[in-house]
Design a protein around this ligand. Structure first.
Ligand code: GLU
Length: 440
């Protein structure tokens, strides 16, 4: 038998893809990629009443968006399929008959129960260490149902059968399953199969210590895409929920996380989910990622906001504004005036800046100077400062009207670089328009 690591993510498609589930998927994926192993996606859809197609789609979409590609599973195929439990009836029947023939099952009101061996079960968990559960007493550990009277299969049974059939070597899952594991180990024993290694990863809590719920911001993976997060930033953020590389370093490219990741280094104590940290991380990625990659992420968002760009015109603008973006979805409001001549003037900016006595005179003076200034940020700055000195004005008294005239608002990236990127012709046309529109 090869000792290649085989791990799986085994979600039940009953809701949206939760960050807890995504983190479980990520840790399995990281372990597979770190060890050169195989990552399996198995859909645990035996509960027909609670499964939905939308939930299934959210799992596929969320994992793809995060970059968690699976080697075996739906769409990918593989030797151990089908990868939907709803399509594995014959497999379950085979194992069921075997357990029955070997005397491990008995009927109880039409359902089938598995007889636990009455003993102490010792687990050697990769994360939690040694955990003992005494199953000696039927009062505390009644025999478990593995098949309902309607013929439906119970989670514990199909989960174990599939881990056997799919040759899973390591089960990395949420610690809400820790109490199920002794039951699973009993099934392995009855079936005469060596169980996988288990590692139960810690709960995710809000900063106030409460359990994360559906209502908490950022609890669904889809939220991050809709709200302008870069996938790698979210992957990086999730990787630190219960693990760290034992250095101060937090922002790491995925490839580096893969090379550093280790199941044995997963923490036992609950992980704290802090959406502000995720935003901070997103900003780090926006600032540092190759600008071409940033453009590819921002383009669909701009298109949706009806801002027409080309890669060539967008790149210099992104270089200029990227440090201001907390989220990719902030981009439209930071870049729109680079891509339209129909600049709208923020009424407050007009009131505060353009209506100030002398503002238009100063803009007129700058306009005259800028007709001949060499068009680069350094020269534009020198020329503006000289014009301010000549007029006996403060630099700000020239900067503010120029910015409002050129962009319609009072905040933005460096004025001189903004003007440089806009180009002389457009800047002077905007100055002229402002001078005409706000003349008293
Ligand atoms: N379908 C189970 C769940 O979503 C899988 C548990 C496991 O990973 O073994 O919780």
């Amino acid at each position: 038998m090869s000792d290649q690591v085989r791990v799986r993510f085994a979600p039940s498609p009953t809701g949206y893809l939760h960050v807890g589930g995504a983190r479980t998927a990520l840790f399995n994926w990281l372990y597979a990629r770190h060890t050169g192993g195989v990552f399996v996606l198995r859909i645990e859809d035996t509960d027909k009443a609670r499964n939905t197609d939308a939930a299934m789609q959210a799992i596929f979409d969320g994992m793809r968006w995060l970059g968690l590609d699976w080697d075996e599973g739906p769409h990918a195929g593989g030797e151990h399929g089908p990868y939907f439990q709803s399509q594995r009836e014959d497999v379950y029947l085979r194992y069921f008959e075997k357990l029955k023939a070997d005397g491990y099952l008995y009927e109880d009101g039409g359902a089938w129960r598995f007889k636990f061996a009455r003993k102490k079960i010792v687990m050697d968990d990769l994360v939690c260490g040694r955990v003992e559960v005494d199953m000696a007493h039927v009062e505390t550990h009644p025999d478990m149902t593995i098949r309902r009277s309607d013929g439906g299969w119970i989670f514990h049974f199909v989960n174990v059968v599939d881990d056997i059939e799919m040759r899973i070597t390591h089960v990395i899952r949420g610690d809400d399953h820790l109490s199920n594991t002794p039951k699973h180990l009993q099934l392995f024993e009855a079936l005469g199969v060596q169980p996988p290694r288990y590692g139960h990863i810690p709960l995710i809590l809000n900063p106030d210590g409460s359990k994360m719920s559906k209502r908490d911001t950022g609890s669904a993976v889809g939220w991050y895409e809709e709200n302008g997060f870069a996938p790698e930033a979210v992957t990086n953020f999730l990787s630190l929920l219960g693990w760290n590389p034992k250095t101060e370093q937090e922002v790491m490219p995925t490839a580096e996380i893969v090379s550093l990741f280790d199941v044995a280094a997963i923490h036992r104590k609950a992980a704290v989910f802090d959406i502000a940290k995720c935003e901070w991380m997103n900003q780090q990625y926006i600032i540092k990622m190759p600008v071409e990659q940033l453009a590819a992420l921002v383009e669909p968002i701009l298109a949706k906001a009806n801002i027409a760009t080309t890669r060539e015109t967008l790149l210099p603008v992104l270089v200029l504004v990227r440090e201001r973006l907390k989220r990719l979805t902030d981009a439209p409001s930071w870049v729109d005036y680079f891509f339209t001549e129909a600049v709208t003037f923020d009424p407050e900016a007009v009131e505060k800046v353009m209506r100030k006595p002398g503002a238009l005179d100063r803009l007129r003076a700058l306009d005259a100077v800028y007709r001949t200034t060499a068009w680069n940020a350094v020269e534009l700055e020198v020329a503006l400062k000289a014009a301010a000195t000549a007029a006996g004005a403060k630099v700000g008294e020239f900067v503010h009207p120029a910015r409002v005239a050129a962009t319609g608002r009072t905040v933005g990236a460096s004025l001189y670089h903004t003007l440089e990127v806009l180009g002389r012709e457009r800047v002077l046309a905007r100055f002229a328009r402002a001078l005409a529109e706000f003349a008293v």
